[in-house]
Design a protein around this ligand. Structure first.
Ligand code: ADP
Length: 169
């Protein structure tokens, strides 16, 4: 049985991420979507909230498991016997960084290879950070986020606004 891992921060999971998840789940027997801790980023959603949102949007995909980890990706993969990392590749911007990470992961764990799926053209420009910026405006988010999590996203935007106001009062 071939298992692959799709790691990321998924803060929150976008339609671009979901597209990669669906395509990878079609290729591999099992796909583990893993929310990784990124110490450099201050997240909008907690790890548990991100896991919960991914579980809801992948509920119709029986071979997808959702997990989270603070471990090094190469170590997590070794501990779970996973030999393939799946990554999504958007135009230009992702290449340098992803190429470097793929080489480093392979160096740390030579059993581990990275496979890239190219982003669909309609998701090429889409990232969690762009969605977070749009959240501040009255924009239709249905092309950017899976329908099931749009209410969670809007609720968090309002909570953050109220939190920000309280801080300034
Ligand atoms: P983001 O850049 O959105 O914060 P993550 O760190 O959560 O992304 O991304 C996890 C993986 O998903 C990375 O391999 C990234 O290149 C890929 N990815 C992110 N957005 C898209 C998209 N719109 N289409 C395809 N792949 C994507």
């Amino acid at each position: 049985m071939k298992t692959a891992i799709y790691p990321g921060s998924f803060d929150p999971v976008t339609s671009g991420h979901l597209n990669i998840i669906r395509r990878a789940a079609n290729i591999f027997d099992k796909l583990i979507v893993c929310v990784m801790v990124n110490a450099g980023k201050k997240p909008m959603f907690t790890q548990e909230e991100r896991v919960d949102m991914i579980r809801r949007v992948t509920a119709d995909l029986p071979n997808v498991e959702v997990d989270c980890s603070g471990e090094l990706l190469a170590e997590y993969a070794a501990n779970r016997g996973i030999e393939v990392i799946v990554k999504g590749l958007r135009a230009g911007s992702d290449f340098e960084n992803e190429f470097q990470m793929a080489l480093i992961n392979h160096k740390i764990n030579p059993n581990l290879d990275t496979m890239f799926l190219t982003a669909e053209h309609q998701h090429m420009y889409l990232s969690s950070s762009v969605v977070k910026e749009l959240g501040g405006y009255d924009v239709d988010l249905s092309d950017f986020l899976p329908e099931q999590i749009i209410p969670d996203f809007k609720k968090r935007i309002i909570q953050n606004r109220q939190g920000g106001k309280e801080k300034h009062e």
